[in-house]
Design a protein around this ligand. Structure first.
Ligand code: 3PG
Ligand code: MG
Length: 348
């Protein structure tokens, strides 16, 4: 794997530094609903300030606005960051996606972002799979280094690509099935068990394009319609009442999955087991979160929904590594090149 040079080896004393963090956080009525990514960006900013940087300017995208849109202003993020790290040398730029040049990796916008900065630190692990002006363009204009979070993410997720301790159990769920098949194909072959829930399971039951077998649910929580308050009951997977939908894994499946997880020495989990944002269909995802947290193995969890399930249960510190990247973590594990990483010169 390409290991980029580290901010720890950069001379930042009296320098003006531009940092790309991933501060793309969920907002609720104009307030930061979950500040995990903001807190994860702090160690790099603190390091730069401690080492005497003259100015530290942070940039990030927020959501997917089409042009300038006050609903996607960085102001709430800026305020939260200020509460966590109060230093006059620190500033946060407005949403990079307010400029159409961002997603086009427009060189003119990259130069504008670079401004009079002397150094660029890429710390936005969650965004390095995007070849945008703030993740790739600026690194062509300024000397670029990897931030502490980016480094740690590459190190922790990278362990899964190397030699792992067995049994290695892979757990996959959620809706974005096509995004995840690549990871399963790349890692699944060396896993001892691949447990699949959610929409992913339905698709693989129909047709499994993978070169190995997977463990599918044997029972589900079935619902009469796709609604939070639908009639619901446990049913065998292959015997749902006509027209009903499986919205969560059932109790027997939870037990089977938990049993595999308990045996594991290495675990990677990505994606919920059902429609876990509706409490009546959240038990399967919770059971997996609890089983993974209980395990003493090397456990890595990626993706916003799995992270949220762990956090809601207060179990976020019970896993070995909780990745701040969704798509980026998947692409890394799929073996794809990450443009925001390869653009940074290799470390010594
Ligand atoms: C994420 O939340 O996955 C990253 O911040 C990337 O956001 P994007 O999918 O809108 O590029
Ligand atoms: Mg644990």
């Amino acid at each position: 794997m390409h290991l980029p040079r580290s901010v720890r080896d950069a001379d930042v004393d009296r320098k003006r530094v531009l940092v790309r963090s991933d501060l793309n956080v969920p907002l609720d009525a104009g307030r930061v609903a979950d500040d995990t990514r903001i807190r994860a960006s702090l160690p790099t900013l603190q390091l730069l300030l401690d080492r005497g940087a003259e100015r530290v300017t942070v940039c990030s995208h927020l959501g997917r606005p089409k042009g300038e849109d006050p609903q996607f202003s960085m102001q709430p993020v800026r305020e939260r960051l200020r509460q966590l790290l109060d230093d006059d040398r620190l500033d946060v730029l407005e949403n990079t996606r307010f400029n159409a040049g961002e997603t086009k990796n427009d060189p003119a916008f990259a130069r504008q972002l670079a401004g009079d900065n002397e150094l660029f630190v890429e710390d936005a692990f969650g965004s390095v799979h995007r070849a945008h002006a703030s993740t790739v363009g600026v690194a062509e204009v300024l000397p670029a280094y990897a931030g502490l979070l980016l480094e740690r993410e590459l190190q922790e997720l990278g362990k899964l690509l190397g030699v792992v301790e067995h049994p290695f159990v892979l757990i996959s769920g959620g809706a974005k099935v096509d995004d995840k098949l690549g990871v399963l194909q790349n890692l699944g072959g060396k896993a001892d068990a691949v447990l699949v829930g959610g929409k992913m399971a339905e698709q693989l039951r129909e047709h499994n394009p993978l070169s190995f077998d997977v463990v599918l649910p044997t029972d589900v929580v079935a619902a009469s319609e796709f609604a939070e308050d639908a009639d619901a009951k446990v049913a065998p997977y292959d015997d749902l009442p006509e027209g009903w939908l499986g919205l969560d894994i059932g109790p027997e499946t939870r037990e089977t999955f938990a049993h595999h997880v308990a045996e594991a020495r290495t675990i990677f989990w990505n994606g919920p087991m059902g429609v876990f944002e509706w409490p009546r269909f959240a038990e399967g995802t919770k059971a997996v979160a609890e089983a993974v947290a209980r395990s003493e193995s090397y456990s890595v969890v990626g993706g916003a929904d799995s992270a949220r399930a762990l956090t809601e249960l207060g179990l976020e510190d019970e896993v070995s590594w909780l990745s701040t990247g969704g798509g980026a973590a998947l692409e890394l594990l799929e073996g794809k090149e990450l443009p925001g990483v390869s653009i940074i010169p290799e470390g010594a």
